[in-house]
Design a protein around this ligand. Structure first.
Ligand code: IPM
Ligand code: MG
Length: 375
């Protein structure tokens, strides 16, 4: 098959890590043809065109079958006003592509258990089966809520003076569609869905809860539970083994997914997929794939970045956009194999020896057995 993929390397280490994702995808799926089209997004777009997301970049991304993104941002652009910052490119791409369900898996990687900051005894004590394992899928709503709500500033005539506000607004349709993703994922996993909110305080959260309760009736095989976000933040470090799928709003998902990545031991390993529906006339669902980590300007260009999250994002693309499960597994197995062999980039080396981006990328490529061989 032929696939057209937009690639937005972005800023900082984005360039170095996406390069390896491209190579891994090509190696894992030699029977397919990938046509990569580079687009500008983030700080590099500000430098070249004066805006974080030039219209042409979004047009190209919309015309392609999927989008692979590196990372955006850096100190160079930090003083720009909010709507001109590199991060706006991410929001523009998410909204423009309609990728409302952001899947962020966070699981304990056995080969990297030492990097997990939580004591084995704690993990074991809290696990339903007394195991240290955890395997969580965070499904974060990505195109609504407070990220996209009305915001502004003003001046009151009383002692309070200046003010600023952001608003959280969710429609039923927005909540239902992301919950549907969550429930379908839970059906394929361990059959548990926890909806995280702040319904003891927020009206929008109470709305989420009502809708979840209604939808739960249609998913017999899935056990639905509810948790306040402050408690969920605590439970993630106290007993991550209790979670299977977590569904939550844009802002809570942002915060909890960073926390979950720290629980795993390294943000350098976490990939993410942002998915939407299939637009009329399109062959595949809308999909945007990116590492969870940022642009890490301090280590950019130094051959120090961990390319694994980007490589694993490539695997997610093969799986979720194109249904190439065997090919996706070929990449994931290769990543596990190199970790088993002791390959470590600096972020996951602890005080031990480490290798560079290029060496890690090369090792993964060498460990990928194309799907044709595995079949
Ligand atoms: C993320 C990031 C972004 C977000 C920022 C960079 C806008 O933190 O993808 O989690 O908040 O969504
Ligand atoms: Mg974040």
């Amino acid at each position: 098959m032929n696939y057209t993929i937009a690639i937005a390397p972005g800023d900082g280490i984005g360039q170095e890590v996406t390069e390896w994702a491209v190579k891994a995808v090509e190696k894992a799926a030699p029977a397919h043809h990938f046509n990569w089209t580079k687009i500008l997004a983030g700080g590099c777009a500000i430098d070249a065109e004066g805006v974080p997301l030039p219209p042409k970049s979004l047009e190209t991304a919309l015309a392609c079958d999927a989008l692979l993104l590196g990372a955006v941002g850096g100190p160079k652009w930090e003083t720009l006003p909010g709507n001109l910052r590199p991060e706006r490119a991410l929001l523009g791409l998410r909204a423009g592509l309609g990728v409302y369900a952001n899947l962020r898996p966070a699981s304990l990687i056995q080969e990297l258990k030492d990097a997990c900051p939580i004591k084995d005894e704690v993990l074991k004590a809290a696990h339903p089966q007394g195991k240290p394992e955890f395997d969580i899928l965070i499904v974060r709503e990505l195109t609504g809520g407070i990220y996209f709500g009305e915001r502004g500033r003003g001046k009151a005539e009383n002692v309070l003076g200046d003010y600023a506000y952001d608003t959280e607004k969710y429609s039923r349709a927005e909540v239902e569609r992301v919950l549907r993703f969550g429930y379908e994922a839970a059906q394929k996993r361990r059959g548990k869905l926890c909806m995280v909110d702040k319904s003891n305080v927020l009206e929008s959260s109470r709305f989420w809860r009502e809708i979840t309760a209604e939808m739960a009736k249609n998913y017999d095989g899935v056990e639905t539970s509810y948790m306040y976000v402050d408690n969920a933040a605590m439970q993630l470090v106290r007993a991550p083994g209790q979670f299977d799928v977590i569904v939550t709003s844009n802002l809570f998902g942002d915060i909890l997914s960073d926390e979950a990545s720290a629980v795993c031991g390294s943000i350098g390993l976490l990939a993410s997929a942002s998915l939407g529906d299939k637009a009329p006339g399109k062959k595949y669902i809308a999909g945007m794939y990116e590492p969870v980590h940022g642009s890490a300007p301090d280590i950019a260009g130094k051959n120090l970045a961990n390319p694994l999250a980007a490589i694993l994002s490539g695997a997610m693309m093969l799986r979720y956009s194109f249904g190439l499960e065997t090919e996706a597994c070929a990449i994931e197995n290769a990543v596990r194999a190199v970790l088993r062999d002791g390959c470590r980039t600096k972020d996951i080396a602890g005080s031990g020896k480490y290798i560079g981006t290029t060496e890690m990328g090369t090792a993964v490529l060498a460990a990928i057995y194309p799907a044709e061989v595995l079949r």
